[in-house]
Design a protein around this ligand. Structure first.
Ligand SMILES: [Zn+2]
Length: 319
């Protein structure tokens, strides 16, 4: 049984790292998914070994807000069923600018990005987040935040109809997906998008494994696979971390157990560690949430995130 945590590396000096790493070690947490600048990652790596902590670099894989890429390669971004680019018209939140997994130059860019990270010898692994398409339908508990009621799939939120995807699908099927009468029901068109995400994951996993690093990913719960085009049970990962954020689905803690069990049933050799949403789990409920995951077969749990952990949460883990 392993404990992991998601953490942002920002604004920590040497003493801060040591203080926080002591906290993690005392709580029995062994894996950290660290996001942030490479310089901060390198600093963290200097001290992590002293605390027996494994650091995985946490990347927002298909999301891209890099100005150089935005300026030079606007054609790398996904396009919705209305023909709008996620670069110019991001849905839900401003940073939802998604790269198209089908574009060969995007694939090359991601390969190089991951290769560079894998050359950092002290790094344990690469953690792929946002490895999907934009949500066609948001989790039910989040829709009110955007004043939305999404009970069917609308073209505005349905990606990717970029030139590249359209011609590539047309070559395979003889149909331009923009001409489909009911694209949300077309199994071949759905499969095309699942497969393109699966291909990119397995391509990156091959590089990560070549460098003897661990390949992991944060994914949506099994019930949401369709809405974000993630068939993560087909990915060659070492560990999958479904974000079992019960409050996003208006569910109770027992739902964590149900979704853990469903996820385990889909997988063969890949481990499953259940992701827990700390802002919705009071310290008095933390052990219960962990038990729901473990009793239904989780190989570990991961906490989202470090900043959400209150003193009382740490106390519970230390006891
Ligand atoms: Zn595309």
């Amino acid at each position: 049984m392993q404990y992991s945590i998601w953490m942002n590396s920002r604004e920590r000096n040497k003493d801060d790292w040591k203080l926080d790493f002591t906290k993690l070690q005392k709580a029995g947490i062994s894996n950290i998914f660290l996001s942030g600048k490479i310089e901060d990652l390198e600093n963290a790596l200097k001290y992590a070994a002293d605390f027996n902590l494994q650091i995985h670099y946490w990347i927002f894989t298909m999301i891209c807000n890099d100005d150089n890429i935005i300026n030079q390669h606007p054609d790398w971004f996904t396009v919705n069923g209305l023909g709008e680019s996620s670069l110019e018209n991001p849905q839900y939140v401003e940073y939802y600018k998604w790269l198209c997994p089908t574009h060969p130059e995007v694939q090359e860019y991601l390969r190089e990005r991951v290769k560079k990270l894998c050359k950092i010898s002290e790094l344990t692994g690469v953690h792929l987040d946002y490895i999907r398409h934009c949500d066609v339908i948001l989790p039910i508990g989040l829709q009110p935040n955007y004043n939305l009621i999404q009970n069917k799939k609308e073209p505005q939120f349905d990606y990717c109809y970029c030139e590249h995807c359209r011609s590539s699908f047309q070559q395979k099927s003889g149909i331009d997906p923009i001409d489909l009468l009911n694209p949300s029901k077309d199994q071949d068109w759905l499969k095309f998008r699942y497969d393109n995400i699966t291909n990119i994951v397995n391509m990156l996993v091959e590089i990560i494994h070549y460098y003897n690093k661990k390949a992991t990913a944060a994914v949506f719960p099994a019930i949401m696979q369709k809405n974000v085009r993630q068939e993560w049970h087909k990915w060659n990962l070492d560990v999958v971390f479904p974000m079992l954020y019960h409050s996003f689905y208006d569910a109770g803690l027992d739902w964590i157990g149900n979704e853990t069990r469903k996820g385990k049933q889909l997988l063969k050799s890949t481990e499953l560690h259940s992701g827990l949403y700390i802002p919705s789990i009071g310290p008095d409920k933390l052990i219960q949430a962990i038990k729901f995951a473990v009793n239904d077969g989780a190989d570990g749990v991961s906490l989202f995130d470090f900043n959400a952990m209150k003193d009382e949460h740490w106390k519970i883990l230390n006891s």
